[in-house]
Design a protein around this ligand. Structure first.
Ligand code: ADE
Length: 238
């Protein structure tokens, strides 16, 4: 998978992709992330990428010309399955959306900054708008890193244990069960007996029941979604 990310603050995206699983995905050749500095496509001597909003009001707006030049230059290199704009007024990101995006070859993500981007960019180029939650970040970079992380870890071969993404919270509409490691007894706090039994079927039953209990306690809305035939989930699978 190839993910290109357009930003005016490339430094913000250096670290997330240089460590751990995301770095391993790049090293193994399973994912390639390219961070593009929008300023390289800026107009005029001042290398301008933003301007005052027509109609007045506080805050600058990202201009269409640099973004159009940048996207069109990138489109000469590859065809994108989705051109995504990170924005708090987009569709809320969730696991089914991550699953669907992980099946693509080429993604382009545009990070907003300042007061947002000229609406005409959205009309002309953007195929999908994603929010990572009902709060406002200073820019789309951290949100783009969240989406890229959630998507890349689903690519087969990225995680060492192929099944581990399948047992994540949300993959079956349930939260993951509690997990434990050594010591089995920490200052009188014992690991549930069944996990030490070596009895795979009983362990699986315990994990499933613990998942359901945890979901009932913390996120009953997820169980309601399943009872409604997962209709919320299906609507996200664009
Ligand atoms: N940019 C600013 N806030 C955001 C959010 N919540 N999700 C995605 N992009 C954003």
């Amino acid at each position: 998978m190839h993910i290109d990310i357009i930003t005016v603050v490339p430094g913000l995206l250096e670290s997330p992709f240089s460590h751990s699983i995301l770095k391993r995905a790049e090293d193994k050749g399973l994912a390639k992330i390219q961070v593009i500095n929008l300023r390289d496509y800026a107009v005029g001597k001042k290398k301008q990428v933003d301007d005052y909003a027509f109609g007045g009001g506080a805050g600058m707006v990202m201009m269409i010309e640099p973004i159009a030049r940048c996207i069109e230059a990138l489109q000469k290199e590859r065809t994108y399955d989705e051109i995504i704009y990170m924005t708090p007024d987009g569709e809320t990101f969730d696991q089914p959306m991550a699953n669907a995006l992980s099946l693509h070859q080429n993604l382009l993500i545009l990070c907003g900054h300042y007061k947002g981007i000229d609406e005409r960019v959205r009309e002309k180029y953007i195929t999908k708008e994603i929010s990572i939650g009902d709060f406002v970040l200073s820019g789309g970079e951290i949100a783009a890193a969240v989406v890229a992380d959630a998507v890349i870890r689903l690519i087969p071969g990225v995680l060492n244990d192929e099944t581990s993404a399948l047992t994540d919270s949300f993959q079956d509409g349930l939260l993951a069960p509690p997990v434990y490691t050594r010591p089995a007894n920490y200052e009188g706090m014992n690991v549930p007996e069944v996990l030490l039994s070596g009895h795979e079927a009983k362990i699986n039953d315990w994990r499933f029941e613990a998942s359901v209990r945890r979901t009932q306690e913390r996120r009953p809305d997820l169980l309601n979604k399943q009872e409604n035939g997962g209709s919320d989930t299906a609507s996200n699978e664009k």
